[in-house]
Design a protein around this ligand. Sequence first.
Ligand code: PEP
Ligand code: MG
Length: 595
Amino acid sequence: MTSGQSSAVEKVLYGNSVSPGIGMSRCVVVNHARPSIIERNISPKETSQELDRFQKALLLTMHQLEDVEAKVREMIGQKDAEIFASHQLVLEDQILLDEIARLIQVELLPAELAADKVFKKCISSFEKLSDEYFKQRVADIKDVSSRLIDNLTGWVSTWYETLSEPTILVGKDFSPSETVQWDHKLIVGVITEQGGPTSHVAILARSLRIPAISGLDNATEQLKTGQFLLLDGYKGAVIVSPTVKTRLAYGKYLEKIQTIEQELEADSRKPSVTLDGRYVLLGANLAKAMDAQKAYSFGVEGIGLFRTEFFFLNKEQLPTEEEQYEVYRKVGISMNKRPVVIRTLDIGGDKNSPGLSLSEEDNPFLGCRAIRLCLKYSHIFKVQLRALLRAGAVCKNLKIMYPMISSLEEFDRAQELLKECMMELDREGVEYNPEIEVGIMIEIPSAVVCAQELAHRAAFFSIGTNDLIQYTLAVDRINPAVNHLYQPTHPAVIRLISDTVRAAHGGRRSGGIPVAICGEMAGMPELIPLLIGLGVDELSVSLPLLSKIHCLIRRVSFQECQKLAHQAMEMKYAAQIQELSAQFAKEAAPEVFLN
Ligand code: PEP
Ligand code: MG
């Protein structure tokens, strides 16, 4: 911990908001000064002693995690306690454990050095993944490895025991295990240099309703222990040494926000219908089975996108049919008859799995990804299809969705494989749902061009705007150098959405099929009037965005949105379309844009 004195001059620093709320107090800057691990070798005679030391530290770490899990369960509930159950799983990973033992026995490394090397390698391979969720899981591995290594070196961090008054904590990052040991009544805010909205500190901060900001550059150097801070967790801002005038203004702002939030939450159980009675199904995008229960308890009307890659990434062994069946069944049951769209494996591109041994590609986003990969490795695809068909027998609400369909042939081939699975299950006398609905993601321009034909085959469409924008505008979605060209309201994108809706509504031999949007565009409040006006039937967004999107749906009239969409279709520039919809949205639901 460093010390310093407060400065009298007010200044504002910006990071990213990860947990809303306002916190005001003096801060404590925490520096984790762990002793560095010295590179050295042990003698061959010492290996059994080191292996023994490692085993003992492993057991101790497991027990500590069990204790922490029990504490969190008691404090904030089962869901958040599962973070620590997943930490325990890291310590059960036989591949990691074997590699640590090998480094001790063969490379003659002391236990802490062996563990440090193995975990660092694992962390760096996770960090290379572009998927934000998996990047954030790096924090879990770091937390577990630090705990294990601390147990080997005997280092203990006890700074939090010295806190005695309300405090805003500032650190490079805080581990979940550390977070739960704080006296939460004393923590009025958290500021970190690293981490993001899906880091577990952020998740815990939100559960505990502690305002938090991440990504504040050099926070541990810019801020000094003892400084008075006003942390604005809505805007991601920190006001250092706020004047009395600023503090009073914030007091009023906070009162207003609290009233609005209560109103938004109270309303979120009402049906998502526009003022003139058009129902827009509002679903959630999930990647973990355990979030389905949370979604259901929020009153979510369905799951519009369940990403299944999670079970495959970084797995040496691909998940079995039985393992997948259990997950899909669990999600289906959690949603209690409400529709659940499970997307089949979308791996390749920027996501890899050691269990698949994919070869390197020069243009991976244009390469063997998603349905292409599934059709190539049909034995892997069929395991997933069988699991889905079987889970569908128990949960009639489950639907299958194929990602990255670019042609009729791909859809037809996937359907042939599904049929083959049905025939196999018939032969084996295993129950399945022969009527399971099968839809496709519309995320490649060629699929829009062929949408009329696809709409007579598929049971539903879901527009993946993240990829549709990337492939339409030839802008790599993960390359910051071309970020400014990634424009959701580019006229070409808007026209493609409109064409998709028209094709869907004239599909399945003219009874029409529903069309959803499950890309990030559906979670942009300023674009909701435009999307509703374009005729989209369903929107699926991540859990934190639900109440805002819900509010917007209820505040607009479908007819007015249609007029707006008509106007937008005539426009030539992305900025004009964006402005048109944003202005309309802000007038309809100003409170959604307050923070
Ligand atoms: C999309 O492309 O919009 C989508 C939802 O899929 P993903 O982001 O997983 O590629
Ligand atoms: Mg996609």
